[in-house]
Design a protein around this ligand. Structure first.
Ligand SMILES: NC(=O)c1ccc[n+]([C@@H]2O[C@H](COP(=O)([O-])OP(=O)(O)OC[C@H]3O[C@@H](n4cnc5c(N)ncnc54)[C@H](O)[C@@H]3O)[C@@H](O)[C@H]2O)c1
Length: 439
């Protein structure tokens, strides 16, 4: 069991402090607000949350939870600190780091006076890069010590929900953390190991990004459900019934397969159906900012790929895949066909390897390609030999994934530039020659 200080007796801090004390740790809660310190030391919770009053009374009563405004004493008497100070929005929308900076300065000064190793674990919500660019330098400057060597550093975002915070603490939906050093990683592992949830051990920036992604995702789902509900009501339908039925489909509608960053959507259904639903809403004067953005974002993703290819090469482009997904020759609203058309219009030489589209051309050489309305001479641009395509290209664009192409592309990425829109290999990340669209 550890000796833990928790900085910030706000919502997150008090719930964590009380739960850690209940789990047998010796916890010191720290706040600059003497009123909160006094309230806690009197055995009362400074916020209203189901089950918290009893937990605070019990843990303060048995001496496992105490509070102080003295940062120096708290650092001296504990081995690890969790920092849970507020990060409100600044007027320009950026994350307000005033409390984070001042708590890091105070903890850093105290670390400067401490001989033993101490880990500082940030729990406040902070944007990617804040640990490396703000918290660690502030702690180092104030302490005169090196992070990762002289003291430990970690980032462990909190996902609890107000009103069910104590239940969420014992049964979290997500655990993710990053640490600069093994000792801090071990502390975080030990604290989480009995919880019924997978531990995601990542780098500091990824942990920071996951927290914002989680909150933005939840916010977006609410706005999406509201937009559907508004369209439904305008058409005398029950929006909640519609969404409830949608949510019952965990094979397609709720599938993680559609939450994998990559290239634009296309095909014969999604673009036309989003347009049609938007039209249904327009007829009833229902605004659809989210559906509008869905279509705008999709066009922008094609533009993003085009930009990446332009920066990689101004000459010969070898596209692997042109149909809207692998396993079909369907070119209707294929974003890869759109991309090819844009590149051709921009003056690039485009050759295409797509076994399914080539097979269709073999049976009907005079055809334009099923559903192709954007690349008039597609048939002449098809290359059935992958090696020839790679040899003749300055940049390879991986649009669809074909098993026979994976090793060849991975090999080619050593010599030729590759722009990958699908991710041929999870181990590959953007570098000098290889660029993934979202990784
Ligand atoms: N409230 C939630 O449901 C929730 C959930 C997950 C994550 N978060 C994040 O956790 C962080 C804390 O949120 P909160 O709602 O608990 O904040 P809060 O504003 O309720 O509490 C923050 C506390 O920190 C104290 N504080 C400020 N500077 C201090 C310092 N230098 N030393 C010691 N204490 C100091 C304040 O006095 C206050 O009591 C935020 O980054 C928030 O975004 C909040």
């Amino acid at each position: 069991m550890a000796r833990i200080s928790v900085f910030g007796i706000g919502y997150v801090g008090i719930v964590s402090a009380a739960c850690l004390a209940r789990d047998g740790h010796q916890v010191t809660a720290v706040d600059i607000d003497q009123g909160k310190v006094d309230t806690l030391n009197a055995g009362r919770a400074p916020i209203v949350e189901k089950g918290l009053d009893a937990l605070v009374a019990e843990t303060v009563g048995n001496g496992t939870l105490t509070a102080t405004a003295d940062t120096g004493a708290a650092i001296r008497d504990t081995d690890v600190s969790f920092v849970c100070v507020g990060t409100p929005s600044d007027p320009d929308g950026s994350v307000g780091l005033g409390h984070v900076v001042s708590v890091c300065e105070a903890i850093g000064r105290a670390l400067g006076n401490k001989q033993d190793f101490h880990s500082v674990i940030m729990r406040s919500t902070i944007v990617p890069g804040t640990m490396e660019e703000v918290c660690i330098p502030t702690l180092e400057t104030a302490s005169g010590k090196r992070a990762g060597r002289d003291f430990g550093v970690g980032y462990f975002p909190e996902f609890l929900r107000e009103s069910t915070a104590i239940e969420d603490y014992a049964d979290p939906g997500l655990i993710v953390f990053g640490a600069l050093d093994d000792r801090t990683r071990d502390i975080l592992t030990a604290i989480n190991q009995d919880l019924p949830c997978e531990m995601n051990k990542v780098d500091l920036r990824t942990a920071e990004m996951v927290k914002y992604t989680s909150n933005s995702w939840r916010a977006m789902k609410i706005s999406f459900a509201n937009e559907i509900g508004n369209i439904a009501k305008a058409n005398d339908l029950d929006g909640q019934a519609v969404m409830r039925i949608l949510c019952s489909d965990d094979k397609v509608a709720m599938s993680p397969a559609f939450l994998r960053p990559g290239f634009a959507f296309g095909g014969s259904c999604l673009p036309k159906d989003v347009r049609a639903l938007r039209h249904v809403a327009r007829v009833k004067d229902v605004p659809t900012p989210l559906l509008d953005a869905v279509l705008e974002g999709n066009v922008a993703q094609i533009g993003r790929a085009e930009e990446m290819i332009h920066s990689a090469s101004r000459k010969a482009v070898g596209m692997i895949g042109v149909s809207f997904k692998s396993g079909t020759d369907d070119l209707r609203e294929s974003p890869l066909a759109d991309l090819a058309a844009r590149l051709i219009e921009g003056g690039q030489e485009v050759q295409v390897y797509d076994p399914y589209v080539s097979e269709a051309f073999e049976t009907d050489p005079g055809a334009a390609g099923r559903g192709n309305e954007v690349v008039p001479d597609l048939s002449a641009r098809m290359e059935t030999d992958l090696d020839t395509l790679i040899e003749n290209s300055d940049v390879i664009v991986v649009g669809n994934s074909y098993p026979e192409a994976q090793d060849r592309i991975r090999e080619a990425a050593k010599d030729v530039r590759v722009v990958d829109l699908t991710r041929i290999d999870p181990a590959m990340v953007s570098g000098e020659r290889y660029q993934g669209i979202c990784w």
